[in-house]
Every structure is written in C-alpha cells, then in structure tokens.
Design a binder for this molecule. Structure first.
Ligand code: G
Ligand code: G
Ligand code: NA
Ligand code: MN
Length: 253
C-alpha cells in the first residue's frame, strides 16, 4: 500500500522516466525504438517495471500509467533526429489502456495530436491476450487508427495461448518473437525451429517480424538468414535514458 501511494504520487508529479531501446534493420540502422518505463525511487533507486507494474495493477493505476507513458513517449519521439532521412518510430507498451477500453482511441488520438508526431511513427505493443477475441466494434476502431498510420505489435509472441495458426486473426502488423526463442538460436534446434516458423508464418500473412533479446552476433546472423525484418537486444544497445538515446540516433549505425 505504501509503494502504491508513492507510485500514484510519482505519476501525478511526472516523476517516472522512459528509457529507449533501439530496434535495428538487417543493415544495423535504427528503425524504431521501444519505450520502457522506469521509476527513480527516492530511497530504492531506479525501479524496473517488473517491480512496480504489479503495484500499478493492484492499485488500478495501469491505465493512468499507460496514458502517461504514451504521452511522454510520443512527445519525446517527436523531436528525435531522422536516421538516413527516415523518421524513427516509437513503440509503446500498453497493458491497461488497451483496445476496447472506452477511451482507447481518444487517448491515442490526443497523445498524437498533442505531441505533433506523425501517425506512422506510432507503434502500440500489446500482449497476445489483449488482441484475441476482440468484438468487431473494437477491431473497427483499431482499423481506424491503422488507416491513419498507427501500427500494432504483438509482444512476446509464442508465449501466449494462441497457436501459430491464430496469428492470422490477430489484428497486428508486427510480430515480436519472444526472447526465450531467440535465446536458443545458434545452439538449440527447437528454438530455431520456432523462430523460423514464426518468421515464415509472419511473411505468409504479410506481417513484419521483430526478434527480441538478440544478444549475440550468431543469433543476429542466423535470424537474418531466415529473413527477420528487425532486431532488438543487448547486442545493439541496452535500453538507455532518453537523452542518451538521442546520441545513439545521432551517431548512426
Ligand atoms: O524494461 P524491462 O525489460 O525491464 O521490462 C520488463 C517488462 O515490463 C516487459 O514485459 C515490458 O513489456 C514491461 N514494460 C516496460 N515498460 C512498460 C511500459 O511503459 N508500460 C507497460 N505497460 N509495460 C511496460
Ligand atoms: O516484454 P517486453 O518484450 O516488452 O520486455 C522487454 C524487456 O526485455 C525489457 O525489460 C528489456 O530490458 C529486456 N531486454 C531487452 N533486450 C534484451 C536482451 O538482449 N536480453 C535480455 N535478456 N533482455 C533484454
Ligand atoms: Na514490449
Ligand atoms: Mn516482448
């Protein structure tokens, strides 16, 4: 309860911060970046989301937190320098503010308009469970955002309940292959098989495919060999504070 009260206060005082982790193309150039929230706690140091997201959920703060992250990430990303003449898109994780909650579209629209960012610079990352069995009305409102240029990404793909075949029903343009499958690429044949199956399926269904948790050059080369579209992981960069991320962009690949 103590931490929950502090989190509520930190949110209202704008005391959370965002780190960004680049996602690179096959050539190593930054295409997008994922915003990852952190809480610089006055006594406990920099807290990771694994520590305070459950507290947010408990305290019914998840939606407010998502809304804060969305507004902040879009505002910060709207001033990023271009890379090779291209805008870098920003991916925001949503856990409470999800398609189907009444103010979902309004919250996204307000954040975009307030920040002045291009619609096609916005990626919304959701876990599989937030994307299955949606009512047609919800799909329709998501479709309206997609028409404006927003992309949806399925996070941690492969860890949820859906089978590969259900990928075709997921309203998402981007598939993020969970890092547990990437981890074994290069030594565990079954992890490689899963990663390759997801890539093949993604291509067949016209989705783009991101490998998460790429830590070694071997994983990068093997995954590039099967046609993964983009790569995220410590091999390229850890998540870094907003200011540092700007210099990552300015330096280029
Ligand atoms: O940043 P880190 O790798 O520690 O993230 C741990 C978990 O917290 C991941 O599952 C990630 O998706 C989630 N997470 C990180 N940042 C955010 C955020 O801004 N909003 C939400 N809802 N989840 C986040
Ligand atoms: O659930 P989600 O995919 O949003 O979580 C992202 C999390 O993965 C963040 O906490 C981030 O710090 C972590 N992460 C990013 N790159 C790597 C990596 O190369 N290896 C590992 N083990 N974790 C990573
Ligand atoms: Na994510
Ligand atoms: Mn993930």
């Amino acid at each position: 309860v103590h931490l929950e009260g502090q989190l509520r206060e930190a949110l209202s005082r704008d005391e959370l911060i965002l780190h960004y982790q680049p996602v690179v193309g096959p050539d190593g150039a930054v295409q997008t970046a994922e915003a990852l929230v952190r809480w610089p706690h006055p006594e406990r140091g920099l807290l990771a989301p694994d520590v305070f997201l459950p507290v947010a959920e408990q305290g019914d703060l998840l939606r407010d937190l998502d809304r804060w992250v969305l507004r902040t990430a879009l505002r910060e990303a709207s001033t990023w320098p271009t890379v090779d003449g291209r805008q870098v898109a920003v991916a925001v994780n949503l856990a409470g503010l999800v398609p189907g909650v009444p103010d979902f579209v309004d919250s996204v629209t307000n954040a975009v308009e307030e920040s002045g960012i291009d619609w096609n610079q916005v990626i919304l990352e959701l876990v599989e469970t937030s994307l299955v069995d949606l009512p047609s009305r919800t799909r329709q409102t998501m479709g309206e955002l997609v028409e404006r240029g927003v992309r949806f990404a399925v996070d941690d793909f492969g860890t949820g309940y859906s089978s590969l075949a259900r990928l075709k029903d997921l309203p998402a343009q981007i598939i993020k292959v969970d890092r547990r499958f990437v981890a074994g690429v290069g030594n565990d044949p079954s992890d490689f098989a899963v990663a390759r199956a997801v890539v093949d399926m993604a291509r067949a269904m016209d989705r783009s495919c991101v490998a998460e948790g790429v830590e070694t050059a071997t994983q990068f080369h093997v995954l590039r060999g099967v046609g993964v579209d983009a790569y995220q992981g410590w091999l390229f960069s850890r998540p870094v504070p907003a200011k540092e991320f700007r210099s990552v962009l300015a330096l280029g690949p």
